[in-house]
Structures are given as structure tokens and as C-alpha cells.
Design a protein around this ligand. Structure first.
Ligand SMILES: Cc1ncc(COP(=O)(O)O)c(C=O)c1O
Length: 331
């Protein structure tokens, strides 16, 4: 058996299920699920319709790269959302569709890590469990960076010893962060890009919550946006993970993308051709419709805004609670 498998922890929801076994909740109280971060808002009808209209595509094998129309829709969205002129985002070389970011966060690590070199993967703590599992199965040692209140719930890069940076092959960042909703500033992205250049590692930026934010005039910054603004216009050592799951309330569709450094994407593409995980054509069409529309995303944000103000109003009298700049399941 692959010896790395024995290093994996029980997946959190299995752990939770085993902890809850034999416990009967009070029958008179309604159940509030605080486990999996699953959107509760309805999937927009036009996305469902696009999926149904293209079911005829089931007789085709999809390709790993996906339809050019999908990659163009993603490039267009990335350009509009992160203020990067379109010519700087190459849909051929810098974008790959993935079946949700979960599988991509896992599989990209398998293509970056060289296990011969005592590799380290740095990640925030608390973290999305996939980061750790991906690092362990790739033969890397996870290094946890606690995200504490003192540092605005962001990782403190200054606390990382030089010896760890020297062994670091990939760092995960999550902005807006799960579970705190904390958001990276441009200066933090820039500092990390400088470290990545100095020590030669890849920055994997999990941005699956970037579209759920409070202030319409101040959307969270993305890593590619900071890279472009800082003059790293080919996004060297930077990759982002974007998902439709939370943005468009379609976690069951399994649709997202990876974008950034063409070199990293080239190897990732090669890996995926063998891994055999292309996105079904009907899903691709539903995804094109979703990436091309912002109205439903604005409405979604409004629903979260209302929920958050109710939540905060109820909790404020009994505990210290602040409005985070962005949303994630834990905040
Ligand atoms: C931080 C974080 N990243 C990535 C994901 C994966 O989302 P998906 O695979 O639906 O794109 C989740 C899901 O909850 C998450 O919380």
C-alpha cells in the first residue's frame, strides 16, 4: 500500500459523524447544521436550463482542456473581475477547467512536488483539509501557519524559519479565508511573490469565496490581480483556484478552474490527460452561462448580507462578533 495513505487523518466529516454517534439531539430544538459549508440558496434557473439544453452532449467524450468557449468565458470573467486586460490571460495556456476546486487543490500539488528534496508545503491553520492530504500524498511535509486574531487571521510569513522557506515547494493561501473571512491585501500578496521568487516555490491561492463579500464597491483582491499590478504579468509562480460552487450556488455541478503560470498549467494539463478527469460537456455549457452572468451573483451576495445582519444582531448581545469583509462557511 502507498505508505503515505496511513498519514492521512480521518476526513473531518467522518470524524464528526463518529463523534456524534449515539447522541440524540433535543427533539424540541430545530437542527442548525454547522458542518459542511454547503450553499443553501437556490441554483439559478438559467444555469439549470443551460445544463438541460446540452444533455445531448453526453454522447461526446469531453476533452481535458474543455471547450474553447468555456476557457474564453473564464478568461473574460477573470479579466473583468480582476482588472487584467484580456491579452494578458491566454485561454489556451493559462486556464484549465476543473471539476470543482477540491479535486484541483489536491491534484495540482501532485504535479508540483518533487519528493526527492524533503519538500515542505506551507498552509494556513485552520485549513481546508484537502491542503494537508494533498501535501502528505505527494510526499511533502506540511508546515502549518496559525492564522490568529493578532495578525488579522492571516498567516504571518515573518514567523516562518529560513530552513522551512528553503524546503518550501508550494504554499497554500486562502483568501477570503475559510473559516474567518479574512482577506489578503496587495502588500501581502507582493511579499509572498517576493518570497516565492527568492526560494522558488509555487503560490496556490484558493479563492473559492472571492465572490461572497459585504461591500459591493470593494471586492476581495485576487492573487493574479496583485501579480499583474506588481508587474508579474505572466503570473510566474502564481496559480488561482476559482469555483462556481459558492458564487452561483451549484456545488453539485462540480465546476471551477485553475489559472495562472503557464509553466505550472502545462505540467498540470499533462497530468490531467492521464488522470482522466475532463468536465462533462453539458456541465461546461452550464458553466459558460454562469461565468457570463453577474446579476445572480449580486443577488446571492444580497441574500448573504441579510443573513449576516440577522445573525450578528442575534449574537451581538451574547458574544463579541464583528462583520467579516467576506463570507466563508465558518464565519
Ligand atoms: C476553502 C475551500 N476551498 C475549496 C473548496 C472546494 O469547493 P469546490 O470543490 O466546490 O469548488 C471548499 C469547499 O467548501 C472550501 O471551503
Amino acid at each position: 500500500m502507498n505508505p503515505h495513505l496511513s498519514q492521512l487523518h480521518l476526513y473531518p466529516f467522518e470524524k464528526l459523524a463518529s463523534l456524534k454517534q449515539g447522541i440524540a439531539p433535543p427533539a424540541e430544538k430545530p437542527h442548525i447544521a454547522l458542518s459542511i459549508g454547503e450553499p443553501k440558496h437556490a441554483t439559478p434557473t438559467f444555469i439549470q436550463e443551460a445544463l438541460l439544453q446540452h444533455l445531448s452532449g453526453l454522447n461526446q467524450y469531453p476533452t481535458t482542456k474543455g471547450l474553447p468557449e468555456l476557457r474564453q468565458a473564464i478568461a473574460g470573467w477573470t479579466s473583468r473581475r480582476f482588472d487584467i486586460p484580456l491579452p494578458f490571460i491566454d485561454p489556451e495556456m493559462q486556464i484549465l477547467p476543473v471539476n470543482g476546486t477540491r479535486e484541483a487543490l489536491f491534484s495540482l500539488v501532485q504535479t508540483v512536488i518533487d519528493p526527492r528534496d524533503k519538500p515542505v508545503v506551507i498552509m494556513p491553520n485552520p485549513f481546508y483539509q484537502i491542503y494537508e492530504g494533498a501535501a502528505l500524498l505527494a510526499g511533502a511535509e506540511p508546515y502549518y501557519l496559525n492564522t490568529l486574531a493578532d495578525n488579522g487571521y492571516l498567516p504571518d510569513f515573518d514567523s516562518v524559519p529560513e530552513t522551512i522557506w528553503q524546503r518550501c515547494q508550494l504554499i497554500f493561501i486562502c483568501s477570503p479565508g475559510n473559516p474567518t473571512g479574512s482577506v489578503f491585501a496587495e502588500s501581502e500578496h507582493v511579499k509572498l511573490m517576493q518570497l516565492a521568487e527568492k526560494y522558488d516555490f509555487i503560490i496556490a491561492s484558493d479563492e473559492c469565496y472571492t465572490e461572497l463579500y459585504d461591500d459591493e464597491s470593494s471586492p476581495p483582491l485576487g492573487l493574479l490581480q496583485s501579480a499583474y499590478q506588481a508587474g508579474n504579468k505572466d503570473f510566474k509562480r502564481c496559480v488561482i483556484f476559482q469555483s462556481l460552487s459558492k458564487r452561483s450556488n451549484v456545488p453539485g455541478l462540480r465546476s471551477g478552474f485553475v489559472a495562472g503560470d503557464a509553466n505550472v498549467l502545462k505540467n498540470y494539463f499533462k497530468y490531467r490527460t492521464y488522470h482522466g478527469c475532463p468536465m462533462p460537456v453539458s456541465t461546461q455549457h452550464a458553466s459558460i452561462a454562469a461565468w457570463n452572468d453577474e446579476d445572480h451573483v449580486r443577488q446571492n451576495r444580497q441574500l448573504y448580507r441579510e443573513k449576516f445582519s440577522n445573525f450578528i444582531e442575534i449574537l451581538q448581545p451574547v458574544c463579541a462578533i464583528n462583520q467579516p469583509p467576506a463570507r466563508s462557511p465558518g464565519c
